[in-house]
Design a protein. Structure first.
Length: 489
């Protein structure tokens, strides 16, 4: 082959290696996306529009936790709905086993395994969601997503076995800052993520997957004692047994129904002692039952199938009448939506890297203007995150210059670059809110105007979430103006 000289062969080899390197880089950065996170924690500035801060983080440093709690209350204009939170994590429980699928209830055997929980749902005393979890569907990254509202990368799978303390902004740190006392019983992953944060804890290891009994008894044995105490504000219970049942025998294991029944007894015990018969000195309690991920038919998890990502979020003890929603089939949220929802319910700033959107029905107890305020706070936090990820994004004219008369005529169709669209969608929502708020008499405050503002806020929040560089690489199309304006709630 006379045409293949030594120098040509060298060039071909170098080109081949270069192409391989490019391919490998595309694979690595695609499969393990580098997630830029904002350092630090949200503070009093969360209650101000971005770039118009009059309150800086410095004021926070001098404040006693109780003063900080009062400051948040004053700035948000929304009193916290609850005093205490119980988060019950049932590891590996697919939401389908409790809520059914496609509007159909679960099988008779599953319904009968959880009579108390099913009666709460049927009577409108609980509201349940399929909380779509992002892959990888393993415990540590999913717990992080629930408490921070941020999506981790696939690199977290490797870290799952060597868990480090969580440094990014999250609900537990926010609660700690306002002086909350916290107790953790169950999976020791919590202790590794949040060392030194709990006043009492009893961690169990997830290493012995053959153990489906002791691992949960270690949690429940403290329950009666803890429910009678009034020295904590946040109780975490993390039951590992159901995940272990799955690993041994899959979803249809003979051990599954008895395990669900055991979990139902825990829900019943908490509901009866802390929500129905709450003692005055303990304050009002909210019980949130969640799962970190689901499982396949054979009981495995880690991937992105429906069975594995179908996790549960069940809210028990809400103040508002939720009977209308109990039979709703629109009960799909994202797992990250739990973080902003709990932050606003308990009066702390939404964690900095959150991409979740607050769950509308949960805030039904608030007055109309307060519901808009909650959406505004969620939007400000997401705008701040977007500004950090897209340095050119300021929306400054709209955020800082305020709004003038004839606001509704300024509603525009949103198009153009991602940045322009975010600003435009946010501005539309803020204009509609401002317009509704400025109408002095309640008679002129029409329900349609209110609905338009709510719809516009959700349009911004959902677009900001799905267009997140860290969430999805495919930016969605700008919604059509008529979709924004039409009152669809
Ligand atoms: Zn798990």
């Amino acid at each position: 082959m006379p045409w293949l000289t030594c120098s040509k062969l060298t060039l071909f080899t170098i080109a081949g290696v270069a192409i391989q390197m490019v391919g490998l880089s595309i694979f690595v950065f695609g499969f393990f996306p580098v997630k830029p996170t904002l350092p630090g924690h949200s503070g009093p500035e969360s209650f101000q529009a971005p770039k118009c801060n009059s309150i800086q983080n410095e004021t926070e440093r001098d404040l006693h936790p109780h003063q900080l709690r009062s400051l948040y209350k004053e700035l948000s204009g929304m009193p916290p709905a609850f005093d205490r939170l119980i988060l019950m994590v049932i590891d590996g429980l697919p939401a389908e086993l409790v809520l059914g699928k496609d509007g159909k209830p679960p099988s008779k055997a599953l319904m009968e395994a959880m009579p108390y929980t099913q009666s709460l749902l049927a009577n409108g005393m609980a509201i349940g969601y399929h909380a779509k979890a992002a892959p990888p569907t393993v415990t540590m990254p999913r717990l992080k997503a629930m408490v921070s509202g941020a999506i981790g990368g696939f690199l977290d799978v490797a870290l799952n076995f060597n868990t480090q303390a969580m440094l990014d902004d999250n609900l537990l740190d926010q609660f700690f800052k306002i002086g909350w006392k916290m107790v953790m019983l169950g999976d020791e992953t919590w202790l590794k993520l949040f060392p030194g944060l709990f006043i009492r804890h009893d961690g169990v290891s997830s290493f012995f997957v053959k153990d489906t009994v002791q691992v949960d008894q270690n949690v429940s044995r403290h329950l009666g004692h803890e429910l009678n105490k009034d020295d904590w504000d946040f109780l975490i219970l993390h039951y590992l047994g159901l995940d272990h049942v799955g690993h041994i025998g899959g979803r249809n294991s003979a051990l599954m129904a008895p395990k669900l029944s055991e979990m139902d007894d825990v829900v019943k015990m908490i509901h009866m002692s802390s929500i129905l018969n709450q003692k005055n000195d303990q304050g009002q309690t909210l019980l949130v039952v969640v799962s970190d991920h689901g499982m396949t038919e054979s009981g495995n998890h880690g991937g992105s199938s429906y069975e594995e990502t179908d996790s549960l979020a069940l809210f028990i003890g809400l103040n508002n009448d939720i009977s209308d929603y109990s039979l709703s089939t629109h009960n799909i949220i994202y797992q990250v939506d739990i973080a902003p929802t709990l932050a606003l319910l308990f009066g702390v700033p939404i964690p900095k890297n959150n991409v979740g959107v607050l769950i509308a029905e949960i805030f039904g107890y608030l007055a109309d203007d307060q519901q808009l305020k909650a959406l505004e706070l969620n939007s400000w936090q997401l705008l701040r995150l977007l500004q950090a990820q897209m340095p050119g994004l300021s929306c400054r004219n709209y955020l800082c210059d305020g709004f003038s008369d004839d606001q509704e005529s300024k509603i525009t169709k949103c198009s153009g670059s991602m940045g322009k669209m975010f600003c435009c969608l946010y501005t539309n929502a803020a204009l509609l809110q401002n317009s509704w708020m400025s109408k002095e008499f309640s008679r002129s405050k029409s329900k349609e105007d209110y609905s338009s503002a709510v719809t516009a806020y959700y349009e911004f929040l959902r677009t900001a979430k799905t267009c997140q560089p860290t969430y999805s690489r495919n930016c969605c199309n700008a919604p059509v103006l008529s979709d924004i304006i039409k009152p669809s709630i």
